[in-house]
Design a protein around this ligand. Structure first.
Ligand SMILES: NC(=O)c1ccc[n+]([C@@H]2O[C@H](COP(=O)([O-])OP(=O)(O)OC[C@H]3O[C@@H](n4cnc5c(N)ncnc54)[C@H](O)[C@@H]3O)[C@@H](O)[C@H]2O)c1
Length: 458
């Protein structure tokens, strides 16, 4: 472990902020995590992790002395070298990014910086191009109003972690992107990330360094390019998924198997195999909102992003493909009992933001079905956030399948692979299985008498 450490303040202790804070503390820095939600800070002070993210709790326990949790930014701001902003930037109904949390943070920083303070402010939230400048303008005005002079700069340092693998992605990233106008900012961030860039830290026991891991690139650019890199990355990944889903639709019509098609396409190193899995499409807090945001921003320049617009529309349509398959099989959905396997937008998380399960369940209820659900992690969150959707919560797959006419697999939790399908099927009224994630080979279910439908598999 290196000797020098940086005093870091992280604002926002959600998936990104907490993961970043806990990892930076593990790497030997002194980290103060600030969140305006007092309940979250109370939980963190008691050693509880408010987000369902594997590996965070173990790291938190290893370095309690390097971590401090508070709701009061003023208490920790001026003692720090770097402030990292990681608050939410949700989409507004028109697709534009809601900047209110970020702007509130900028105002708070401007209200508390002390005269003569040197400070690097880093924006890790995903934000439209120009946001680093926007944050600087807000702080400049606040300082001017207060008659205060500070030597500070604002850098962009977008985050690429994936929920469910957030700690792993932070310790073993593909690249670190820094957009800054001054060299001092780049130097400070290079120093902060040097244990990751050079992999000089001792890996946590539960997260060993992957074999063949290549040192990550450190990409330095201007803030606008860094901000656009984040949007372009997410837009590309989302488009890749929509692309393979569109091919899956054709595969069904022409008698091809999308798994084999995707393999044949993805083994081309120019394409790559990841994010080329057909299913009910993407969900989660990022892809949908980031796509809408970039399309909306482009619109402000009179520029239309036709490919991204199509990717978004294809994804919306894809969610209802499982309902069409159900209608083909059951004919009438009204009065049937449908079991939903998985609610979270992906395995390993309880996150329901833009989860396909919500749209699918709402549609089934609208069509007159009775809906039973099971998810190993996300049921409490679903109950809290979507109480308007009247569903029956089940404690396991066997309880879920009882009396069902059909099951729809929405989230590919690995435990679903270990279900005794013969037993599950025995309790059902009809054995129909719609595999929205292509988790199974058809035969695995067919041998137990199920009518099996995957996505893009004739
Ligand atoms: N979740 C991901 O997988 C992911 C990945 C990459 C980038 N991002 C981006 O990172 C940002 C954060 O995402 P997240 O998923 O961690 O969000 P989150 O909603 O999980 O967490 C945001 C936190 O910020 C806190 N907050 C809001 N306003 C605050 C304020 N004024 N002061 C202090 N705390 C405040 C909230 O209470 C909340 O705990 C977003 O811009 C997102 O697009 C997210």
């Amino acid at each position: 472990m290196r000797q020098t450490f940086t005093k870091v303040v992280i604002i926002g202790t959600g998936y990104v902020g907490l993961t970043t804070g806990v990892c930076l503390a593990y790497l030997g820095n002194q980290v103060a995590c600030v969140d305006s939600n007092a309940a979250v800070i109370r939980q963190l002070r008691q050693g509880e992790v408010p987000v369902a993210e594997p590996g965070i709790a173990a790291l938190m326990q290893q370095n309690p002395a390097n971590l401090y949790f508070t709701t009061a930014l003023a208490e920790v701001l001026n003692g720090s070298d770097i402030v990292i902003i990681a608050v939410g930037t949700p989409a507004k109904p028109n697709g534009a990014t809601d900047m209110s949390y970020l702007e509130a943070v900028a105002r708070e920083i401007g209200a508390h910086l002390t005269d003569g303070k040197k400070q690097l402010i880093v924006n890790k939230s995903t934000v439209p191009v120009g946001s680093a400048r926007r944050v600087k303008t807000i702080i400049d005005y606040m300082l001017l109003e207060r008659g205060i002079d500070c030597e500070y700069s604002v850098a962009a340092n977008p985050e690429f972690l994936q929920e469910g693998a957030a700690v792993f992605n932070t310790l073993y990233p593909d690249r670190i992107v820094v957009g800054a106008e001054d060299e001092a900012a780049v130097g400070l961030l290079h120093q902060l990330y040097s244990p990751v860039l050079n992999q000089t830290f001792t890996p946590p026991a539960h997260l060993p360094r992957p074999r063949n891991y290549q040192l990550p690139a450190f990409i330095t650019t201007n803030p606008a390019s860094a901000e656009l890199i984040k949007y372009a990355s997410n837009a590309f990944l989302a488009t890749k998924i929509s692309f393979i889903n569109e091919i899956a639709g054709l595969a069904e019509k022409v008698g091809a198997d999308i798994k084999e098609v995707a393999l044949g396409v993805g083994l081309d190193t120019r394409v790559g195999r990841r994010y080329l899995e057909a299913g009910i499409g993407w969900g989660g807090s990022c892809f949908g909102k980031d796509l809408k945001s970039i399309i909306n921003d482009a619109g402000q320049y009179g520029y239309s992003m036709n490919v991204l617009q199509a990717a978004l529309e294809a994804n919306t349509r894809q969610r209802y493909v499982v309902i069409e398959k159900l209608q083909q099989e059951l004919k009438v959905i009204r009065g049937s009992i449908i079991g939903i396997l998985g609610l979270a937008f992906k395995p390993g998380t309880a996150d329901l933001r833009d989860a396909p399960s919500v749209d699918i369940i709402a549609k089934l209820l609208e069509l007159g079905a009775r809906v039973k659900v099971y998810d190993p992690l996300a049921m409490p969150a679903f109950q809290e956030q979507h109480g308007e959707l009247e569903v029956e919560y089940c404690q396991d797959v066997l309880t879920l399948s009882k009396n069902c006419d059909a099951l729809i697999l929405v989230t590919e939790w690995s435990e679903f692979s270990a279900v005794p399908w013969e037993t599950a099927g025995a309790g059902m009224r009809r054995r129909v299985f719609i595999d929205g994630r292509n988790l199974f080979d058809a035969r695995t279910l067919q041998i137990h008498g199920f009518a099996y439908h995957g996505i893009g598999r004739s």
